[in-house]
Design a protein around this ligand. Structure first.
Ligand code: 5GP
Length: 212
C-alpha cells in the first residue's frame, strides 16, 4: 500500500495453484512471512481438520449445512467441490483488501482460479506450480504422513486432473527448488504491482509531470 493515498493502487489476487503436495503451501508461507501488503485468503471447507490445523488459521471448518447457508447468502466469491468436499472463498475480506490496495494470496485449485477470474477478471494473477515428476509428487505426499493409502490414491488422481489445467494460468513454474520457485513467485507479484492498469493515479501524476 502506498503511504500517499493519492497513489493508492488496487490490490492483486495472486492465485497459487498446484496439485496437492507440489509445495504451494510452503511457498505461500515463505511469501506471507516476507511480503508486506500480502495476506492469505482463508477458505471455508466442509472437510475435517487434519492434525495441527486450526479454525480460522488454515480454514474455517463448517458443516455442509453451514456451508450451504453461506452459499445461499452470497458469502463466497467462488466455491467448488474437490474430492466430494466443498471449499469456498469468503467474499468480504477479499473485496476489502483489494479496495485498500492490499494483495491477497489464494491457495486454491483450478476450479477456484477459473471462478475467481470470472468474478474478478482484472484483479487475478494466476501462477501454476508443476511437480518435477509424478513419482516425486507421490513421494512427497507419502512423506507428509498425513494421509492413508486410499487418500493418497485419491490425491494422485486429483493431481493428474489438476495438472491438466496448467494452461489456464498466466505463469507456470516447475517447482524443482523451493527457494528459486519462491523467488520467481515474488518476481511475478512485484511485476504485477507495477502494471499500469492497477495504478489509476498515474494519469494525474503524469499530467502533473508534463505541466512542470
Ligand atoms: P486440502 O483439503 O488439501 O486442504 O485442499 C484441497 C484442495 O482444495 C487444494 O487444491 C486447495 O488448494 C483447494 N482449495 C482450498 N481452498 C479453496 C477455496 O476456497 N476454493 C477452491 N475452489 N479451492 C480451494
Amino acid at each position: 500500500m502506498s503511504s500517499d493515498p493519492a497513489r493508492a493502487r488496487r490490490g492483486i489476487c495472486l492465485v497459487l495453484s498446484a496439485a496437492p503436495g507440489v509445495g504451494k503451501t510452503s511457498i505461500s508461507r515463505e511469501l506471507l512471512a516476507t511480503e508486506t501488503d500480502l495476506s492469505l485468503s482463508i477458505s471455508a471447507t466442509t472437510r475435517a481438520p487434519r492434525p495441527g490445523e486450526q479454525e480460522g488459521v488454515h480454514y474455517f471448518f463448517r458443516t455442509p449445512e453451514q456451508f450451504a447457508g453461506m452459499v445461499e447468502a452470497g458469502g463466497f466469491i467462488e466455491h467448488a467441490s474437490f474430492l466430494d468436499r466443498s471449499y469456498g472463498t469468503p467474499r468480504a475480506p477479499v473485496e476489502q483488501a483489494l479496495a485498500e490496495g492490499r494483495d491477497v494470496l489464494f491457495d486454491i485449485e483450478w476450479q477456484g482460479h477459473r471462478l475467481l477470474r470470472e468474478a474478478l477478471p482484472r484483479d487475478v494473477v494466476g501462477i501454476f506450480l508443476l511437480p518435477p515428476s509424478l513419482r516425486e509428487l507421490e513421494r512427497r505426499l507419502r512423506g507428509r504422513g498425513q494421509d492413508d493409502e486410499e487418500e493418497i490414491a485419491r490425491r494422485m488422481a486429483a493431481a493428474r486432473d489438476e495438472i491438466a489445467h496448467w494452461d489456464e494460468f498466466d505463469h507456470v513454474l516447475v517447482n524443482e527448488d523451493f527457494q528459486q520457485t519462491a523467488a520467481a513467485v515474488r518476481t511475478v507479484l512485484h511485476a504485477a504491482r507495477g502494471e499500469r492498469a492497477r495504478q489509476p493515479w498515474l494519469d494525474d501524476f503524469v499530467a502533473g509531470l508534463l505541466r512542470e
